[in-house]
Design a protein around this ligand. Sequence first.
Ligand code: ATR
Length: 275
Amino acid sequence: MTKACVIGWPIKHSRSPMIHGFWLHKYGIEGGYEKVAVSPDDLPDFLNNLAANGFSGCNVTVPHKEQAFKLAHELHDEARAVQAANTLWLAGGKLHATNTDIYGFMTHLDQSAPGWNAKQRPVALLGAGGAARAILYGLLQRGASDVRIFNRTKERAVKLASFYEKGVRVVDWQNRDEGLEDCGLVVNTTTLGMSGSPPLDLSLNKLPNDSVVADIVYVPLETPLLAAARQKGCRVVDGLGMLLHQAVPGFERWFGVRPQVTTELRDLIVADLGE
Ligand code: ATR
């Protein structure tokens, strides 16, 4: 029986077992997907003994994404681009690593805002952490040529922008309201708006009404930012879709079936988030 898992520290709140469990059942696959709490000190041992512990691969979540990237043997382009891995699998005796957050975000954006085009108008990216790095790479790959990065700690935004020669510029966090002028897409990758965190203080007055507003926060599903965008008539892209879609490539690698992100799966996770 093929088995995979998700590792993190802590791991209690991960929804990945629910997502993969849904697909295993749906496609009638005799496989398993578990969550395993792995401390940072235990990570190298755990990954070295993945096969011995019966796993074909794993998902990696906070705080192990950068370390897993360093420990893997075969690095795929997306992992290199983000310098972090969230999906690992064994092949030919080697540990392969990729980053499916890019795929997850871009796929959900394409589906939620059909016709949206990276090349047409500037993009505002709020935040400069790991998620921002994955999304920035995805946007640039699609031909975005004017991405404005806003981050509270400016040095982090400057560092993120420095990985690319063109297409990215840093704008002061204080100037984020005016910085939305002419933008076709706004993406919040900060933790602001998440339940337990303050809301993102951002005025959408300068943003054109026909823009797209995306948030990677999914608890709550409709963040104050998305509610304001919806009220303005913008198309909105929630954070849950990214979580669901990023799981697809890993499932296919481990279990050999490319799974579908359906309304049924989404409803299952939404119900769980509400508890
Ligand atoms: P991840 O890797 O998941 O993206 P992270 O590296 O912790 O997470 O990044 C969190 C983002 O939220 C950062 O851009 C952070 O800004 P700083 O780089 O200045 O820390 C942003 N963030 C968190 N709390 C914030 C706050 N109160 N105000 C503004 N930005 C905040």
